[in-house]
Design a protein around this ligand. Structure first.
Ligand code: ME8
Length: 683
């Protein structure tokens, strides 16, 4: 797709925005930005749905006109988006004249084409529920929803002949012309379509509802709110004669026509509708049949999202600890909320919202992995390289780990490298693939693998030490880690737009975010000034946490506090880690069953190590210059078992042997003192 038109549902202007609205709009914003990174031209619309019974009733209760009511409420949506760093190209309201004109033209055409018919309709009408029921729906002769009285009413109404489009709709879904993601939602719609599709009542008599768009062929009626609302997707890009009106209303923010002749031709049907699972039928059944009846193509893509649940019973009004999820953006900042929403929820599935989970995401992904990486790397640049990107020295090769980070960065951006090593170990995919499938949570996890890899480079190459003994070696490492940070920030821009800009500025990159096709390792200019800056993401803990590093939310909720610094430490700790990080290490006792030198390697021994019930591991240890295979076979060692597997000399190493390095440089295996069986946990 070279053009990507993204839409959110238009939200009812009848209440304040909540986390569900924020989620759907954040996902759409991030997906649109990813498509921009992939080189697509994009247009992103959101807005408000302003007609209907509920709006009319709420306005009456408030003693104001429905127009005053929606004017007020639409602003709370419009004003929210910039505060979440969301940048829609257009905000559309269904009460705008340009939209009313489109709805009336569409209704007029369908009526002329004989696809809207007047029929008389009778049933038990419940005034309290504002709807008809059949005889068998009633409970004790009363409305099943409200328990109130019902009256027998005969009413004439207009029907859209939706049933005629059942077959073409099934075909559009089955052939993938209308792609519904995740796939189980497509099956749900097909299941619904196994029953005969009925015609759709698309009018409401004004005697019952006046707050709507009048039918152009019968002024005693207004149109059904969904018929009106769904057409916003056409109005927004200039369909049904809206192009000139859009230009007048939106100026240069109107959808561009490009070389397509008209803005509608440019953007339709390259649309991707984002919506929640509760509004699937209206979007995937009513809407495409309306489009087909109008002679238009059905939408090309849908992304159906799940719900944020508040299953945590600790959050209840009676306990007085309800947290409004949206208020967390003020407490932690919009980038942290965006990250949590995008990373925590697998697109399409439900997820639990909790402040504790948000804090944990912040602390692990943002503060520890990303923030520390930038902080530690730039600190070395300030201390040892005159606050400038170190230029690469001639004739010094980067370490194998650096090379694997380069390959990973290239692979994520869609470069030539196949990146077999990590792909097979971790199922990493290029960004283009996971974005196409709208699995943004996977995209972000894959990008974070690059961040973790860069942290491993710092831990292994130890530039903070080598800078004192072999400055060129440190130059090579730091240059490449800065390049890796540039790649990671560029790739993370769709999720963290402001943070990405800040990081790029912090590493001396002045060109801003680039399309992935223009990403090429080694472009960061040596000598570029690296400005000073403070930490990107503070760590937080919730009040009530007892154990160090435990981010769990305790009863009663709690206010977030920046983690207080330890008071006057008595010992100097370089690169301190917290308890949580320590507990993440899975150290075990291993029995060395076999050992042999690795061909063509001076340093490596290949060990076969039993971890008891955890099975056998092959470990490549860089100890051949210090220990013989005979010294190891039959002995017990300590093994770090959950380090990412690495390929060395064409073989996988599936763990790390713990060794003490003496001041003289000898390597001494760490052995349990006593008989601990293989697999025993060390902590
Ligand atoms: O349905 N988690 O508007 P709306 C995630 N006006 N998403 C949630 C959610 C939650 N807890 N609660 C609601 C409308 N949503 C119509 C749309 S479009 C032509 C007309 C999502 O204000 C829900 O799934 O009720 C839906 O996508 C949107 O918020 C509903 O917004």
């Amino acid at each position: 797709m070279s053009r990507f038109y993204a839409t959110t549902p238009i939200y009812y202007a009848n209440g304040k925005p909540h986390i569900g609205h924020a989620y759907c709009t954040t996902v759409t914003d991030a997906a649109t930005r990813f498509h921009r990174l992939l080189g697509d031209e994009t247009y992103f619309c959101t807005g408000t749905d302003e007609h209907g019974q509920k709006v009319q009733e709420s306005a009456e209760k408030r003693g104001i006109t429905p127009q005053q009511h929606v004017d007020e409420l639409q602003a709370s949506f419009r004003d929210l988006w910039p505060t979440l760093n969301i940048e829609p190209d257009q905000f559309i309201r269904t009460t705008e004249p340009r939209h009313k004109a489109v709805v009336q033209r569409a209704l007029g055409q369908l009526f002329e084409d004989g696809l809207i018919e007047k029929r008389s309709f009778s049933g038990w009408y419940s005034t309290s529920a504002e709807r008809f029921w059949t005889e068998k729906d009633l409970v004790d002769g009363r409305c099943p929803d409200t328990g109130q009285e019902v009256v027998w009413l005969e009413e004439a109404n207009y029907f859209f002949l939706m049933s005629r489009f059942q077959k073409p709709l099934i075909e559009a879904i089955e052939t993938g012309k209308m792609r519904i993601l995740p796939a189980n939602r497509a099956n749900e719609v097909l299941g619904f379509l196994r029953e005969p599709l009925l015609d759709l009542c698309i009018s409401r008599p004004k005697s019952r509802l006046s707050w709507g768009i009048e039918l152009p062929f019968d002024t005693d009626f207004v149109t059904y709110v969904w018929f009106d609302a769904l057409l916003n997707y056409v109005t927004a890009i200039g369909g049904y004669g809206a192009e000139e009106d859009n230009k007048a209303a939106l100026g240069d923010k109107a959808a561009p026509a490009g070389d397509a002749g008209s803005s509608f031709a440019a953007w339709w049907p390259n649309v991707c509708h984002f919506l929640g699972k509760d509004i699937l039928t209206t979007h995937a059944v009513y809407w495409p049949t309306m489009l087909m009846a109008l002679g238009l193509e059905p939408p090309r893509q849908y992304v159906v999202t799940g719900w944020w649940l508040m299953a945590d019973t600790k959050m209840s009004k009676s306990l007085g600890n309800v947290v409004d999820p949206l208020s967390l953006k003020d407490k932690y900042g919009p980038e942290v909320l965006r990250w949590f929403l995008l990373r925590e929820m697998a697109v399409g599935q439900d997820a639990n919202f909790s402040e504790a989970a948000l804090v944990k995401r912040n602390n692990t992904d943002l503060a520890n992995d990303l923030g520390n990486l930038v902080q530690r790397t730039t600190a070395i640049v300030h201390k040892h390289f005159d606050s400038q990107v170190p230029a690469l020295p001639e004739g010094r090769e980067p370490s194998e780990l650096v090379e694997s980070a380069m390959a990973l960065g290239d692979y994520l951006c869609g470069g030539e490298t196949t990146f077999e090593e990590t792909k097979s170990a971790q199922q990493i995919w290029p960004v283009a693939k996971t974005v196409d499938e709208l699995k943004l949570h996977v995209t972000l996890a894959d990008i974070m693998t690059l961040v973790q890899r860069l942290n491993q480079v710092l831990a292994q190459d130890q530039p903070f030490k080598t800078v004192k003994t072999d400055k060129d070696a440190a130059r090579v490492t730091i240059y490449h880690v800065l390049e890796g940070i540039r790649f990671a920030a560029n790739l993370l821009w769709p999720a963290l737009p402001k943070t990405a800009d800040a990081i790029l500025a912090r590493i001396g990159w002045g060109e801003g975010v680039l399309p992935l096709s223009e990403m090429s390792w080694g472009e960061l200019p040596g000598g570029a000034a690296v400005p000073q800056g403070s930490g990107l993401f503070p760590r937080y803990k919730l009040e009530g946490d007892k154990k160090p590093g435990n981010q769990g939310e305790k009863k009663g909720g709690g206010k977030a506090k920046k983690a207080s610094k330890p008071k006057a430490p008595e010992v100097h700790i370089e690169n301190p880690i917290d308890y949580e990080q320590f507990m993440a290490l899975d150290l075990r006792v291993g029995d060395v069953l076999a050992a042999e030198p690795v061909k063509k390697s001076k340093k490596l021994l290949r060990l076969e190590v039993s971890l008891g019930e955890m099975g056998m591991r092959q470990i490549l240890a860089g100890v051949a210059e210090h220990l013989t295979p005979e010294q190891l076979v039959g002995s017990k060692i300590q093994v770090l078992t959950n380090l990412q597997p690495r390929k060395l000399m064409g073989m996988w190493s599936q763990g790390m042997m713990m060794l003490a390095e003496t001041p003289e440089g000898a390597l001494v295996p760490m052995r349990p003192d006593g008989n601990a069986p293989a697999g025993s946990k060390i902590a």
